[in-house]
Write a protein that binds this ligand. Structure first.
Ligand SMILES: *Cc1c(COP(=O)(O)O)cnc(C)c1O
Length: 421
């Protein structure tokens, strides 16, 4: 596509989105798989990492590797400054009020478990209800189930319509004075549905309930403003925003975080420790960051967000929509292919099943042609069962994917379907 055509397609002001230049930042995109150029379309599982982020690890371990906060020497100061610099950057990235609302975790999963074990364990009792959407990733289902089994509160499920959009009428009806918390993802990893979390937050708050938003799929594709959403908790993972694995973030409203008890004990999270007088805890965010954190990963996450801000997350989201439209149109002509997830508000995920062809077979064979897609339940078994399937094929797009790659994927898919049918 010429840049003028691209401008037209995306409605961009100058300069146009330069996907080929941006690809240069990702060394992995040069590799081959089974003798074919890699076409990486598994971005909803993990995004690839730009060289600028990879370089952070070598710089950190070769120049200023030191434990943070406790040291008084130069290396410790440098490491602490870089680590806390990421906290400032995440604060800006989410538009939080205060960097102390940013807690580093191992990922979205651990961020949700923190809320469940700290806030949930303190506030949820028999008779209370937690509303969870049918679109949720297992990481926003199972931690609640584990605690519900112990505490006796009830989990209710917000249903979806046939397009994979949440049934907002049902949501309104499920909300009641028994509802203590609503747990919902901002964007579904299995279908790509974008949920109206701002409206959902307002409705939850009218009932005196809190809302936890799982932002693992939203943060790579759109600008997120936790104050505008009025989210009580917001979680995301580093490895889905072009950062490393092993690090994620929990944002929480200050008044909530300040009253919540610690969930893990250890170094760094205390003020004083005594066998006689008892132990007192550090203030937020350190109260929730027991032990030595993933220092290099946190610093690298900061670099990833800098990269993301440099390109512009809104521009990336627009480009992914161009890719998604092109892919959706191209696969629609394939005989017996059914797309799951056709909500009007959708991010760059294409989930589908093909009559007479198992998702696993398609995934294995298309890999032989160099194309990486994901097949399976995408950690959303309840949702897939609702649509009457055990597995789908999922192609998911990122900043660096091209229209040519989409064409390669569709041609490969046609070939593979011809082979297995
Ligand atoms: C990936 C993902 C998670 C889990 O993230 P981890 O990085 O594995 O902790 C949760 N929710 C959604 C929507 C996801 O896409």
């Amino acid at each position: 596509m010429s840049s003028t055509a691209l401008d037209k397609a995306t409605g961009f002001a100058q300069p146009p989105y330069d996907v080929l230049a941006l690809r240069q930042d990702f060394p992995i995109l040069d590799r081959e798989v089974h003798g074919k150029p890699l076409v990486y379309l598994d971005n909803a599982a993990t995004s690839q990492t730009p060289q600028q982020v990879i370089d952070v690890f070598s710089a950190y371990y070769s120049r200023y590797n030191a434990n943070i906060h406790r040291g008084l020497h130069t290396l410790a100061d440098e490491a602490t400054a870089a680590f806390e610099g990421t906290r400032q950057r995440v604060k800006a990235f989410l538009n939080a009020e205060d960097p102390r609302q940013i807690i580093f975790t191992r990922g979205t999963t651990e961020a949700i478990n923190l809320v469940v074990q700290s806030w949930g364990r303190t506030n949820l009792n028999a008779g209370d209800e937690v509303l969870i959407s049918l679109l949720e990733h297992h990481s926003n289902i199972v931690p609640w189930q584990l605690l519900a089994a112990e505490r006796g509160f009830t989990i209710k499920v917000i249903p979806v319509d046939e397009s994979g959009a949440l049934d907002m009428q049902a949501y309104r009806e499920l909300l009641s004075e028994r509802t203590k918390l609503v747990a919902v993802n901002h964007v579904s990893n299995a279908l790509g549905t974008i949920n109206p979390v701002k409206e959902m937050a307002a409705l939850a708050h009218q009932q005196g309930a809190l809302i936890l938003v799982d932002g693992a799929q939203a943060t790579p594709h759109q600008t997120v403003d936790v104050q505008d959403i009025d989210a009580d908790f917001y979680a995301f993972s580093g490895h889905k925003v072009y950062g490393p694995t092993g690090v994620g973030v929990l944002y929480g409203k200050k008044a909530l975080l300040e009253t919540m008890p610690p969930w893990q004990g250890g170094g760094e999270m205390i003020k004083t420790v005594s066998f006689d007088a008892g132990t007192t805890f550090a203030s937020i965010p350190h109260k929730f960051e027991a032990g030595t954190p993933a220092i290099a990963e946190v610093i690298a996450l900061g670099r990833a967000l800098e990269w993301l801000d440099g390109v512009g997350v809104a521009a990336i989201g627009e480009w992914e929509n161009v890719l998604l439209k092109h892919a959706t149109q191209a696969v629609s002509s394939i005989d017996g292919l059914r797309i799951l997830g056709t909500a009007p508000n959708k991010a760059g995920v294409l989930s589908f099943v093909v009559d007479g062809a198992h998702a696993q077979d398609i995934g294995l064979l298309i890999d032989q042609l160099g194309v990486a897609i994901r097949t399976g339940h995408h950690c959303a078994q309840p949702l897939l069962h609702h649509f009457g399937v055990d597995a789908t094929c999922r192609a998911s797009f990122a900043a660096y994917n091209t229209l040519d790659e989409v064409d390669t994927f569709v041609a490969a898919l046609n070939r593979v379907i011809g082979m297995v049918r």
